[in-house]
Design a protein around this ligand. Structure first.
Ligand code: GDP
Ligand code: IMO
Ligand code: MG
Length: 501
């Protein structure tokens, strides 16, 4: 890892962001941890406990859902902040604080925006209830219902938990407005939701208490005591930080293709996870950001939950299989069946092999991540919102494969349809991304094939030493997208990073 090159590159920058150009889980946590050596302040601005950011340091894995990924640097005086755009779930933050305390990791510089929207138990309940019908495959963390309340001016904020009387009266009001939705909740369904195997965590009281104003007020008053010292006025804090020329790092969550503004319709999260949404959620303007690490996993990609994924290995079979969750059997299969056999078998089996090779199991829900080849059509689209600077992660994962495929176009196989001012014809080739899920489900990938490599990449620390086959792929991606690849990650550890800048 060439720390000096990285520090030199960042020397003239003040505000830097890390965002994802795919469907999440691209290694944002790793990059934020790495860049925290440069930053004075690290801020999360979007999403909530739906995120799962993994950091590997000295063989120890840390997974954070809400606390920013710079927290391991707290003892060096780095300030980590939960920004105003974060769906703030106090129970999950407190659980994370407890875990950090167990590992003797300092949190004395952690801060929380007083204005972050507050997760309440009914958000989790409504999320889980509505996803039984909608089948988006949400993480069940209450994200959609909370942001919906925020937009319809029905949400509480972090600041509200410090005034018990006010909190109670606002809560009574808002909960009354939910009567219609909650009336659909029969006891059996509630039980089923409460016991859902993937969705155990979060502020989930038992059946009796989940809708009780008094119980909620009591519990949140306990949380208030625990969190009081962390709360700040982020806007005032940032005014001062900018005056003092502090280095500020913005940590994105999810990915552009999941964004509520730009993602694949219906199968989206509920915040804008592109650069614009991130900057806003951190209390900043997009134009203030000096550089963006726009990440893409390579040379494959993943998706958790349902929704179109044109280059998915195993297509619908894989989507359905992953929705039902089979990770344990697969792990066993890893030992029973040799990876080379899986790789030589059908697409669906290859997808399992990619999952095993990349250890692609959800950091939040444990669900198997759907896998497929890197889709450059989708990447180019995402870069329109996140910028032209690319960071490639996980390029070590597909070592040993004879051929690598990159999706460069789609063939539309659905019925003739009017879309964006013209008619899409059956079997027409398309070279642009279509975020309309109904249409994208009918787009088949058209691939360009490249040679693979056999060399171990995980210890390489400069670009020139990479095998020619890898460099050919990197250059092809740059030419295709018009972007510039500045950073390449060859393993989960901080050190396993090549700076190409
Ligand atoms: P995030 O949500 O974007 O922070 O990503 P996740 O933490 O959900 O998933 C990324 C996974 O890949 C984590 O387990 C990381 O430790 C791991 N990882 C990150 N970069 C690399 C890399 O370059 N190579 C390999 N093999 N693993 C990586
Ligand atoms: P990180 O930050 C991958 C997906 C869910 C689901 C959809 C909507 O770790 O990259 P939600 O609970 O947000 O309403 O679910 O979004 N999703 C993620 N997928 N990584 C994430 O975060 C995700 N956060 C949400 O699987 O398909
Ligand atoms: Mg993740």
């Amino acid at each position: 890892m060439q720390q000096d090159i990285l520090q030199k590159f960042l020397a003239d920058k003040k505000i830097v962001a890390v965002v994802c150009n795919q469907w999440g889980d691209t290694g944002k946590g790793k990059l934020v941890d790495l860049l925290s050596s440069w930053a004075n302040i690290i801020i999360r601005g979007t999403g909530g406990a739906n995120a799962g950011h993994t950091i590997l340091v000295n063989d120890q894995e840390h997974i954070f859902h809400l606390i920013p990924s710079g927290i391991l640097h707290d003892s060096q005086g780095k300030i980590n902040i939960l920004g105003r755009g974060v769906a703030f779930d106090p129970k999950i933050v407190i659980d994370e604080l407890d875990l950090l305390a167990e590992s003797n990791i300092s949190v004395k510089n952690l801060k929380i925006s007083h204005q972050a929207p507050l997760m309440l138990p009914y958000h989790l309940l409504i999320d889980r209830m509505s996803d039984m019908k909608a089948k988006v495959g949400t993480t069940g963390r209450g994200i959609g219902p909370l942001y919906a309340d925020f937009i319809s001016r029905q949400s509480l904020f972090v600041n509200d938990i410090f005034d018990r009387v006010n909190f109670k009266s606002k809560l009574e009001n808002f909960l009354a407005n939910k009567k219609d939705i909650l009336a659909q909740l029969d006891k059996d369904l509630a039980k089923q939701i409460l016991l859902h195997p993937h969705l155990g965590a979060g502020i989930f009281f038992d059946e009796q208490n989940i809708l009780s104003v008094d119980k909620i007020v009591e519990k949140y008053s306990e949380y208030a005591l625990r969190l009081k010292d962390f709360v700040i006025n982020l806007e005032l804090f940032l005014q001062q930080a900018k005056k003092e020329q502090k280095n500020i790092l913005l940590e994105g969550a999810q990915g552009a293709l999941l964004s509520i503004d730009y993602g694949t319709t219906k199968f989206q999260t509920a915040s804008d996870c592109t650069l614009a949404g991130l900057a806003k959620g951190c209390g900043l303007r997009e134009r203030e950001v000096d550089y963006v690490f726009g990440i893409a996993k390579a040379f494959y990609m993943t998706r958790v939950g349902n929704g179109p994924f044109p280059s998915e290995l195993g297509a619908k079979q894989s989507e359905d299989y992953c929705a039902s969750g089979h990770s344990k059997e697969e792990e066993k299969e890893k030992y029973a069946v040799k990876l080379p056999d899986l790789l030589k078998a059908d697409d669906f089996s290859q997808g399992i092999a990619f999952r095993l090779m990349g250890r692609e199991y959800g950091a939040t829900t444990g669900r198997p991540r759907r896998t497929g080849w890197l889709d450059l059509v989708a990447l180019k689209y995402a870069m329109q919102f996140n910028g032209q600077n690319l960071s490639l992660t996980k390029i070590d994962v597909l070592t040993g494969l004879e051929k690598i495929k990159l999706c460069v176009k789609y063939k539309y196989t659905g019925p003739e349809i009017f879309y964006a001012g013209s008619v899409l014809k059956t079997n027409q080739e398309i070279a642009y991304f279509i975020p309309d899920s109904d249409i994208l489900y009918h787009c088949q990938p058209i691939y360009q094939e490249f040679s693979g490599w056999t060399e171990d990449l995980t210890k390489i620390d400069d670009y020139q030493t990479l095998p020619q086959a890898v460099k050919t792929l990197v250059e092809f991606i740059e030419n295709y997208t018009g972007g510039q690849i500045d950073l390449i990650s060859v393993g989960p550890d901080r050190e396993q990073t090549i700076i190409k800048i």
